[in-house]
Design a binder for this molecule. Structure first.
Ligand code: GLN
Length: 480
């Protein structure tokens, strides 16, 4: 049977499955066929699992017996970023250093999706250890943007975003440390949510910068993002920074919001391309017409978010990645002595961007520089969070474009790390402050003959995902 995958969302699929229009096995076969057709070009998946049809059969049985009582995600085909652990499966974080390493336990988010009956199709490509904004820094080669294969899908969750955009799965899980769910979602024309820090357990997510990292869903609609978020969030005894999601399933107090536009958006620090700004202004006009109030908000310190991020993130990453020493995980290169073992393993196993950040991180943490860089950055981080919290006293949600540009050409920013880092200038703020933020498709712009998607980003106070879902769904409708 042929199923039009482009028309499906999680909630529509659920209705089809309950009505018996098709089975999970038929659905899964359609996905596998489409992946076989597209993945050799797009390179969104690095592995397709060998047991997907068995998983689908199990989900079919669950639906047959439990009917409406089964989870809303039962039978949903999903893709998982290559840095989230699935027991018994390879996990390589897009790196050579984890060659042949297999996960020994399930991440909590995975355990929850398994419990819900999701069908895991495979592992999705990413920048090595989630460091990058283009998915070109992967040991498995770059992922291409399904809207224009000469362009990047964004990163570091470029694989998970491209998978959803090419109808290679209904939803995927990515990780977002500075924008890695939202920026690729915007480049690929899909929805990406970074939850409040602590809303989703980090247990089983390979750590990059632990105080920023969050697992988040990438989906076709805001409603789908909400369904996945509800399934994976909640307090977890294995992650002491996790917390009960207090607003789960609750409605926001109002449906007419006060929307804040940060004035830094129009400053020269933010290199917005002209038609991106125009698209954003159009979106704001539409929101105003729907009865939302729009205000400009001063957030004077937010302009320091990117520099602060590029001190704290490498510091935490250099500490976290110290565990890849050739002894405990994956690759091992034997040298003349123990020091050479480390140097050879890490020198060969890590790619250039990871090595750059490990050096930077070790430098900003070293005695003599710690006070000047790391400690200062943490002080400014707190000030930025305070800046945002002050703004949230006057507005319900802060809105910006997700990224200053649409998808850029592969290779364009590879030799210029700062240009690459600037791609996240509008997304890092949410990670610095621990706030939830969502990217929703906001239309397209032309580059040459390609029509490229853009995203609008909504950021809310801690634990106010419900505000993001409410305004995000409304935006999808008015955008139609
Ligand atoms: N692109 C950003 C970086 O390279 C964000 C990465 C992420 O969110 N994992 O650090």
């Amino acid at each position: 049977m042929s199923i039009d995958l482009s028309q499906l969302t999680i909630s529509k699929t659920r209705n089809h499955l309950l009505r018996g229009d098709f089975t999970v096995q038929e659905l899964t076969e359609s996905y596998l066929k489409n992946i076989a057709k597209k993945n050799s070009d797009i390179n969104a998946y690095v592995e397709i699992f060998d047991d997907v049809l068995a998983q689908a059969e199990k989900a079919d049985k669950e639906i047959a017996t439990q009917k409406e009582k089964s989870s809303p995600l039962c039978g949903t085909p999903v893709a998982i970023k290559d840095n989230i652990l699935i027991k018994g499966r390879h996990v390589s974080c897009g790196s050579k250093i984890l060659k042949n390493y297999k996960a020994t336990y399930d991440a909590t988010a995975i355990a929850k999706l398994k419990e819900a009956g999701a069908v895991f199709l495979g592992r999705a490509n990413m920048d090595e250890f989630a460091m990058g904004s283009s998915t070109e820094r992967s040991a498995f080669g770059p992922t291409k943007n399904p809207h224009d294969t000469l362009r990047s899908p964004g990163g570091s969750s470029g694989g998970p975003a491209a998978v959803v955009a090419m109808d290679g799965a209904l939803a995927s899980l990515g990780s977002d440390t500075g924008g890695s769910v939202r920026q690729p979602a915007s480049f690929c024309g899909v929805v990406g949510l970074k939850p409040t820090y602590g809303a989703v357990s980090r247990y089983g997510l390979v750590a990059m910068a632990s105080s920023f990292d969050q697992i988040g869903p990438i989906t076709k609609t805001v409603e789908d993002a909400e369904i996945v978020f509800n399934a994976i969030s909640g307090k977890d005894p294995y992650d002491s920074t996790s917390a009960e999601s207090i607003t789960q399933n609750s409605k926001p107090k109002t449906s007419k919001f006060t929307i804040g536009i940060p004035s830094f958006l129009f400053g020269k620090e933010t290199p917005l391309e002209d038609d991106v700004l125009q698209n954003f202004n159009n979106s704001i006009e539409m929101l105003k017409k729907e009865g939302h109030t729009v205000k400009e908000v001063e957030m004077p310190l937010v302009k320091y978010a990117l520099p602060v991020y590029y001190i704290i993130m490498p510091a935490e990453a250099s500490t976290n990645l110290a565990r890849f020493d050739g002894v405990r995980y994956g690759l091992y290169a034997e040298g003349k002595n123990l020091f050479d073992d480390y140097a050879d393993t890490r020198g060969v196993g890590f790619g250039p961007e990871v090595r750059r950040r490990l050096l930077l991180g070790a430098y900003v943490l070293s005695s003599g520089y710690y006070d000047a860089y790391y400690r200062k950055a943490v002080a400014v981080q707190n000030a930025i969070r305070f800046d945002c919290e002050s703004a949230f006293k006057n507005v319900d949600v802060i809105v910006t474009p997700t990224s200053p540009t649409p998808a850029f050409v592969l290779g364009e920013k590879l030799e210029d790390p700062v240009a690459m880092y600037l791609s996240d200038i509008l997304t890092v703020v949410a990670n610095i402050g621990g706030f939830p933020a969502i990217s929703v498709p906001s239309g397209t712009v032309m580059r040459g003959k390609s029509s490229l998607p853009l995203g609008i980003q909504f950021m809310a106070p801690h634990n106010e995902e419900n505000v993001l879902f409410s305004i995000g769904k409304e935006f999808e409708i008015i955008k139609e």
